[in-house]
Every structure is written in structure tokens, then in C-alpha cells.
Design a protein around this ligand. Structure first.
Ligand code: NAD
Length: 307
């Protein structure tokens, strides 16, 4: 089988080497398309691919239609909102992600952003400490769970909200206090760290109402997705509440407005950097290769995300 690694933002070379080893050891062939820059190049490259490993690359109906042999797409990472799942199902293509492989990397970045905000973006003024503060984790999946593990070492009180029973069970196992509603989470947490996926239910779900519930001096950390924030709501609350701070790994669409309304209280990483570590790259890339190998060998569809 021909397995195409199509990454506009390439994996680290050591990760590509690991992927190659997995694929070639199983008797498959690896093709590499990096920094392709435009869709035309991607469309040509997928023409004879049986499997695809991608990162944030957009795989839509047009790409699938150009790939008649394609049977599986694996998004090396957690979020798969860059793949058209409906189109994949219609084309008989299995879509998977590699959950958990970059979770520690994202969680460490979330903690770093929290410290930065607590210390007033390192502007030379006196800040606050995280110890003793209440951390509210919005969605207790792989990243949220790692944030809880690290935050415990900071001496924070940890509570979380998640919409699904398995995550509530995980909170109980970890000694994290489950809260019943997002209103409860936002109104009682000094720091809220967002870890929900971008879905039709969550897009623009965090806006004026929830952010306005945050207690005085609170910090909102977003390492999830830009789309989950209602930016108009965020801007109006930051404007009305000079005590609040917003730090994010995903540059907002209305960044200039936010900077104007919240000078010194806002920071965004220059690029999405949560999963940008050598370790996460290697883990997610190799997991993707292994999932494809077992899919072709045994038909194993563990981590399938489309119906
Ligand atoms: P995950 O799938 O392990 O966990 C997601 C959690 O969200 C689950 O516990 C699920 O029950 C919960 N959830 C789903 N819908 C919800 C809702 N409406 N309300 C409350 N909870 C809900 O994913 P993860 O690995 O923890 O990653 C979380 C998100 O972080 C990803 O979806 C992705 O968008 C983002 N992410 C960002 C980066 C980055 O580079 N900054 C890297 C990886 C992931």
C-alpha cells in the first residue's frame, strides 16, 4: 500500500524517520509531501494514495474525490475538524485521530500560559501565584487530564466540567471535583483552561455570558480552538472588566480589537504551538503509522471518528 504523509507543516525529521520505519517494516511504501503550499499539489499527490497521514491539513470532498484508492486518513493529533467526516463516510474512507499523543505537550503549554498571565505577561510588575487558586478545566479529555496532573503540583484546587460520563468517571479517579454546569465552572474558578473540541455544539459557545461570570482577577486560557470563542462577547467583557486576562495558543480573528481593549492583559503564541514539541511530533506520527498498519492488517478501527 502507498501511504502518503501530506504535511504542509512538516513533522520533525526524526518523526518522519519513525513513521518510515513502521510503514516499511510492514511492507508498505511511504511517500512524503511536505510544505506543498497549494491545494493543486496535494490533489495530484493523493491520486494513487491508499492511506494518508496528515496534521492540520484540510482534507475535504475535493481531495477525497481526487483520491480513488484512499481508504484511511489519520490525523496525527487530537482535533480532526480539518477533515470533512461526512464526505469521508460517503467515500467509504475511515478517518482516525491519535488521541492523547500530544496531550502532555499541550498541557505544559497551557500551564506556561497560566504562569505568564498570573505574572502580568512578565511586564516587570508584581503578579500573583497559582498555588491555592481554583483551576476550572473545561472538558476533561486527554489534555484536560494532563493539565490536572501538572496543576496539582502547583498546589491548585482543581475542578472540571465535561459533557460525557466517561470523563466524569476519570475526574473521580483523579480526585478532581466535577461541577454540574459550565456556569458553575466559570463563576467559581480563578483560572479556566479550555479543552473542548470544536464541534457544532461548542463553536462560539464561550462568550459574554460565561466569560462575564468569571470572578475578579480571573485568567482564561485557550489552547483548544479559536472557533469555540465568541470573539465579540470576549471583547465586550475584556473591555468592561479590566481585571480579566485572556491567553491563547490560537490567535483570535479580531486580535487588533482585543489588543486595543485589553492592553497588557492579552497574549497569543505567534503560531499554534501546543503540539509543537519533538516528543509530541514523534508520538503522534508513529501512532498514526501504527494505526494504518493495523488497519490494513486486521481491519482494526480503534480511534475511528467518522460514522
Ligand atoms: P479529547 O478528545 O481527549 O478530549 C475532549 C474532551 O471534550 C472529552 O472529554 C469530551 O467528553 C469533551 N467534550 C466534548 N464535547 C464537549 C462539550 N460540548 N462540553 C464539554 N465537554 C465536551 O481531546 P484532547 O486531546 O483533550 O484535546 C482537546 C482539544 O484541544 C482538541 O479537540 C483540539 O481542538 C485541541 N488541541 C489543540 C492543540 C494545540 O496545538 N493547541 C493540540 C491538540 C489538541
Amino acid at each position: 500500500m502507498k501511504i502518503l504523509v501530506a504535511t504542509d507543516k512538516p513533522f520533525a525529521p526524526v518523526a518522519v524517520e519513525g513513521i518510515r520505519n513502521e510503514i516499511e517494516a510492514a511492507g508498505h511504501q511511504l511517500a512524503l509531501l511536505e510544505k506543498y503550499g497549494n491545494k493543486e499539489t496535494l490533489l495530484k499527490a493523493v491520486a494513487d494514495a491508499d492511506a494518508l497521514i496528515i496534521r492540520s491539513d484540510v482534507i475535504d470532498e475535493e481531495v477525497m474525490a481526487a483520491a480513488p484508492r484512499l481508504r484511511i486518513v489519520v490525523r496525527a493529533g487530537a482535533g480532526y475538524d480539518n477533515v470533512d467526516l461526512k464526505a469521508a463516510t460517503a467515500h467509504g474512507i475511515c478517518v482516525m485521530n491519535t488521541p492523547g499523543q500530544n496531550a502532555n505537550a499541550v498541557a505544559e503549554l497551557a500551564m506556561g500560559l497560566m504562569v505568564m498571565a498570573a505574572r502580568n505577561m512578565y511586564d516587570g510588575t508584581s503578579g500573583t501565584e497559582l498555588r491555592g487558586k481554583t483551576l476550572g478545566i473545561h472538558a476533561y479529555g486527554n489534555v484536560g487530564r494532563n493539565v490536572a496532573r501538572i496543576a496539582r503540583g502547583f498546589g491548585m484546587k482543581i475542578q472540571a466540567y465535561d459533557a460525557f460520563p466517561a470523563a466524569i468517571e476519570a475526574m473521580k479517579q483523579d480526585g478532581v471535583t466535577p461541577v454540574a454546569t459550565t456556569d458553575d465552572l466559570y463563576s467559581t474558578s480563578n483560572v479556566v483552561s479550555i479543552h473542548i473540541p470544536a464541534t457544532p455544539e461548542t463553536v462560539r459557545s464561550i462568550g459574554q455570558h460565561l466569560i462575564g461570570l468569571l470572578p475578579k482577577g480571573a485568567i482564561l486560557v485557550n489552547t483548544a480552538r479559536r472557533e469555540v470563542i465568541d470573539e465579540d462577547g470576549l471583547i465586550s467583557v475584556l473591555d468592561a472588566r479590566p481585571d480579566l486576562k485572556y491567553v491563547t495558543d490560537i490567535r483570535p480573528a479580531q486580535e487588533a480589537d482585543i489588543q486595543a481593549k485589553a492592553p497588557g492583559r492579552y497574549f497569543a503564541t505567534p503560531k499554534k504551538m501546543g503540539a509543537q514539541t519533538a516528543e509530541a511530533n514523534i508520538n503522534a506520527g508513529i501512532a498514526a503509522a501504527r494505526q494504518i498498519v493495523t488497519y490494513f492488517r486486521d481491519g482494526c478501527e480503534r480511534f475511528r471518528v467518522n460514522p
